[in-house]
Ligand binder design. Structure first.
Ligand code: GTP
Ligand code: MG
Length: 216
């Protein structure tokens, strides 16, 4: 029996090299956006990193681009409060989103960015893929499901990324993977492969680079 939503664990050498080269190019911060009319012109492919607060979105962008603090990360959920645009190789935008769900910020501020986030995720024409990051220890939560449902409705392809795999206990892994696969199977916009990452250990980073290079 083949598993639905297998892990993407290997890539061919050509794709890996393509990804390595793309991410060896210059990456620069473009702007932080707080309202839809502040979004840059949709003149190139865009991919974004979504997920609950503290799941590791900004850290993953830093790992991919091999920079320590391109995207600001922190221990405090709610670090990223704007839609942050990064230009990679003058050919695509990497977008770091504020987290959804719990955040250590005032309620009215959080409500404002949640609204913007939803508008952005459902209405950005050049958004080619959303990486939905989920903590490998916790699996898919209700708020993740809501965002995935929104992406289903908007017909925006999303790919599930399990983060912080260095922290998962082996005895818990199978159960969590099963929960994740079960939940994903309910979403029509889910890309059929999952990627496991650890920014801490560099796991899944070359694969993610090549997946992004192949989207271009
Ligand atoms: P918000 O901007 O608040 O939505 O959070 P975020 O999703 O951008 O998370 P961020 O990258 O700021 O990381 C949150 C915390 O998790 C930081 O303390 C990181 O060092 C830690 N972290 C991120 N990735 C990993 C990982 O792969 N392994 C471990 N062990 N810790 C990680
Ligand atoms: Mg962040």
């Amino acid at each position: 029996m083949t598993i639905a939503f297998p892990f993407c664990e290997k890539m061919d050498d050509i794709s890996i090299e393509k990804g390595r080269r793309l991410f060896a190019s210059e990456c620069r911060f473009v702007k932080g956006v707080v309202a839809m009319d502040g979004l840059p012109k949709p003149d190139r492919v865009e991919i974004c990193f979504a997920g609950r607060s503290n799941v590791g979105k900004s850290t993953l962008i830093n790992s991919l681009t091999n920079r320590k603090a391109l995207a600001r990360s922190s221990n405090t959920p709610g670090r990223t409060q704007e839609i942050n645009y990064f230009d990679l190789a003058d050919s695509l935008y990497l977008v770091d989103l504020p987290g959804y769900g719990y955040a250590n910020a005032p309620i009215n501020v959080v409500a404002k960015w949640q609204k913007l986030l939803k508008k952005y995720l459902s209405g950005r024409q050049n958004l080619r893929r959303v990486f939905v990051l989920v903590d490998a220890r916790h699996g898919i939560k209700t708020v993740d499901n809501e965002i995935m449902a929104l992406l289903d409705t908007a017909a925006v392809t999303f790919q599930l990324i399990l983060t912080k795999s260095d922290k998962i206990k082996e005895k818990d892994a199978e159960k969590i993977f099963e929960q994740v696969r079960n939940r994903l199977s309910k979403h029509v916009a889910a890309y059929p492969e999952i990627i496991i990452t650890s920014s801490e250990r560099g796991i899944g980073i070359p694969i993610m680079r090549s997946v992004i290079a192949n989207i271009l």
